[in-house]
Structure formats: structure tokens, C-alpha cells
Write a protein that binds this ligand. Structure first.
Ligand SMILES: [Zn+2]
Length: 187
């Protein structure tokens, strides 16, 4: 039998559905530059009971409020920040991870009335969702008639979108509007 004092960190020990959710979550966190380390996935009931005893019938701080955990059902995983000395101290890190989980329809323990910030879980009705990348407005140069201009733009699917006000500026036009419609006129 597995050592009940040791946490299992293997994503493959989660249910097939939770594996998809966890891998998606990890990929999105990585994209966002968050250094996430999985600290526990599946937990045997024996280990859950053993953890429950901590701070109750065994010395130590209380680490769990329940004997019924979604870890034992292979639907939950715990994380920490993969930076030595900052594993649990960076509230912003956990909030950002929670935001990503929320976008993916994954429950973050940080939203509970007794928050459990390192904890993430799904239920059986979870469905994989595609996260749309937030379009990033960048400042970059364009050249018009040999002259360089700096404009604000968004690159998406091979197309560059330039801010109307900036393109007006570049072309020497004045910009107005008719309701929601931008109007460009000769100065
Ligand atoms: Zn947990």
C-alpha cells in the first residue's frame, strides 16, 4: 500500500476528465507566466483520514476540514508557486491561478467561505472550454510614404488592426464620429 504520509503528485492518477481540466489549467497558467507546481492530486481515503487526524487526534496544525474530499474521488488537485520560499505567500499568484480556473469552469478553493487557495477541482458535469486569448494592444511602427509612425495595433490571425485615431493621424485626416461610426475627413 502507498505511504499515507506522502502526497501523490501524478496528474495521471486523476479521473480522465480531471486530467483534461488539470492539463488545460496548467497550460493556461504557463501561458500567463505563472510557475505552478502540483503538490497533490489523488488522495486515498486512508490518507484523507490520516490528514484529518492531524490537529485533532494527532499533533500538528489542522490541514483539512473534511474526511470527504474531492481528492479521493480523483477530481481535485493542489498547487503551490514553484519558487522556493514563496510557495504559499504570494496571494496575487493564487488569485491569478483562480482567475484562470474560473475561465475554464474549474472551481477554485480560494472562493470558498473557508478558503483553500491551493485547491482546484471539477465536478462530473465539467466540460472543456476554449479560452480565447486576450488580444494585446501593442505599440509598433508603420511606414507611410517612407515616413515612420508609431501606432497602437492588435495582431490577430495574420491580420493587423490599427486604431482608427492613429490611422487618421498617419494619413493627415481628422477623426470624428456619427454615433458609433468613425468618420474620417480631410482636415
Ligand atoms: Zn485540495
Amino acid at each position: 500500500m502507498a505511504d499515507i504520509t506522502k502526497a501523490c503528485r501524478d496528474i495521471k492518477e486523476l479521473s480522465p476528465l480531471a486530467q483534461i481540466a488539470c492539463n488545460l489549467f496548467m497550460a493556461e497558467c504557463k501561458k500567463a507566466g505563472l510557475e505552478v507546481l502540483i503538490t497533490e492530486t489523488y488522495r486515498s481515503q486512508e490518507r484523507q483520514n490520516w490528514l484529518y487526524e492531524q490537529g485533532r487526534t494527532r499533533a500538528g496544525n489542522i490541514v483539512t476540514w473534511t474526511k470527504q474530499s474531492n481528492h479521493t474521488g480523483r477530481m481535485a488537485w493542489d498547487i503551490c508557486k514553484n519558487v522556493r520560499g514563496q510557495e504559499y505567500s504570494d496571494a496575487t499568484f493564487f488569485a491569478k491561478c483562480g482567475e484562470i480556473a474560473n475561465k475554464l469552469g474549474i472551481t477554485w478553493g480560494g472562493t470558498w467561505s473557508t478558503p483553500d487557495k491551493p485547491h482546484f477541482e471539477i465536478n462530473k458535469s465539467w466540460k472543456a472550454q476554449v479560452v480565447e486569448d486576450d488580444e494585446v494592444v501593442e505599440k509598433d511602427k508603420i511606414i507611410v510614404d517612407g515616413k515612420e509612425f508609431t501606432v497602437e495595433l492588435i495582431r490577430k490571425d495574420g491580420t493587423t488592426y490599427i486604431k482608427t485615431r492613429d490611422i487618421a493621424e498617419v494619413l493627415g485626416l481628422k477623426v470624428g464620429s456619427k454615433g458609433k461610426i468613425p468618420v474620417l475627413d480631410k482636415k
